[in-house]
Design a protein around this ligand. Structure first.
Ligand code: SAM
Ligand code: SF4
Length: 331
């Protein structure tokens, strides 16, 4: 039983924080960003010290897993020093990063040494042109080199994240699984969420359900459901006793809110209680008006938890429901 003091009105204990360290990114994935993004002025982004203070408050309240995300976390200057401070906290059972992989070739070993245990790397296609169309960046070779470097660095687990779109990469899911199986990596397939307004595609037409992906994979492999969880919303399957797990993140087709154990803090210090709702508490204002007042920060977090919504209501028929892009919230 967790000793979390962060319990919402539905009895869910919060033990997992996703902390976004930047809204900036060296990619412009079509499902995540517009082509011309306005990024936050630097003084509106939490400093490394403020990020640590927020993480520290959550740890004091029982959070045991932290995932660092963004934007692309590796573009944040000084990230490794923050990771090393968090990596040294004995209370944390897990410190993880979600990255697009573009800089991992040169940085994977440094992240592991700082105490990062698990890595999620986004990979929507193994075909160079497609990858470039998804990310608006022709850097598939760098990402694949980054995955190799991460494997060599000895992380406890590495998981690939793939957003599947009908008519764009749904025909490639078997190749992606083959790639993962051959390297003993986990892989999760994600249904695209209606976050932020985009012009590149019509989400109602490209939505590909996890059931469709699983049906394709089942033509090739026998998938055995697994009860394992990684602390996030993936539902996992195993193949032929191999070490890889195949996961499905299905915000549309299989609501995962009932056992939600997480909250997010954006790069500008907004506490987001649910990915599918606009409401957020401004922690930056609190941090800057009462510097050093940890008790006040913790009390604000406990109180805010009372407002955590029961569930999201993503609906494929509606184009945009939450104006915040995933790059703002942190995936
Ligand atoms: N830049 C890093 C990366 O791409 O892994 C970390 C941040 S990114 C916002 C985190 C995850 O969110 C990525 O796996 C990405 O594919 C996913 N994502 C972004 N926009 C999404 C959307 N609209 N629906 C579903 N997943 C999305
Ligand atoms: Fe950047 Fe990640 Fe968003 Fe792609 S999904 S634009 S890599 S933040």
């Amino acid at each position: 039983m967790s000793d979390s003091q962060l319990v919402d009105p539905f009895g869910r204990r919060i033990t997992y924080l996703r902390l976004s360290v930047t809204d900036r990114c060296d990619f412009r994935c079509t499902y995540c960003m517009g082509e011309d993004m306005q990024f936050l002025p630097r003084d509106q982004v939490l400093s490394l010290e403020e990020l640590y203070t927020v993480a520290d408050a959550f740890i004091a309240l029982g959070v045991r897993r932290i995932r660092i995300t963004g934007g692309e976390p590796l573009v944040r200057k000084g990230l490794t020093s923050l990771l090393a401070r968090l990596g040294a906290r004995p209370e944390l059972e897990d410190l993880a990063i979600t990255s697009n992989g573009s800089q991992l070739a040169g940085r994977a070993a440094e992240l592991r040494a700082a105490g990062v245990r698990r890595l999620n790397i986004s990979l929507d296609s193994l075909r160079r042109e497609r990858f470039a169309a998804f990310t608006r960046s022709d850097r598939l070779p760098q990402v694949l080199a980054g995955i190799d470097a991460a494997r060599a660095a000895g992380f406890e687990r590495i998981k690939l994240n793939c957003v599947v779109q009908k008519g764009r990469n749904d025909d490639e899911v078997c190749e992606l699984v083959e790639y993962a199986l051959a390297r003993a990596l986990d892989i999760s397939f994600i249904e695209e969420m209606p976050l932020g307004s985009i012009s590149s595609h019509d989400r109602t037409r490209t939505l590909c359900s996890s059931d469709e992906v699983r049906a394709r994979l089942a033509e090739r492999w026998q998938l055995t459901p697994s009860l394992e969880r990684s602390g996030g919303p993936s539902r996992y399957y195993r193949v032929d006793g191999l070490p890889s797990r195949i996961g499905f993140i299905s915000p549309h087709s299989h609501n995962f809110c009932g056992d939600c154990n997480r909250v997010r803090v954006t790069a500008e210090g907004k506490l987001v209680l649910c990915l599918g709702h606009e409401g957020a508490l401004d922690l930056r204002q609190l941090l800057r008006s009462h510097p050093g007042d940890g008790a006040r920060l913790r009390a604000a977090l406990v109180e805010a938890l009372q407002l955590k919504p029961q569930r999201h209501h993503f609906d494929a028929a509606e184009q945009v429901q939450v104006l915040r892009f995933m790059s703002m919230t942190g995936g």
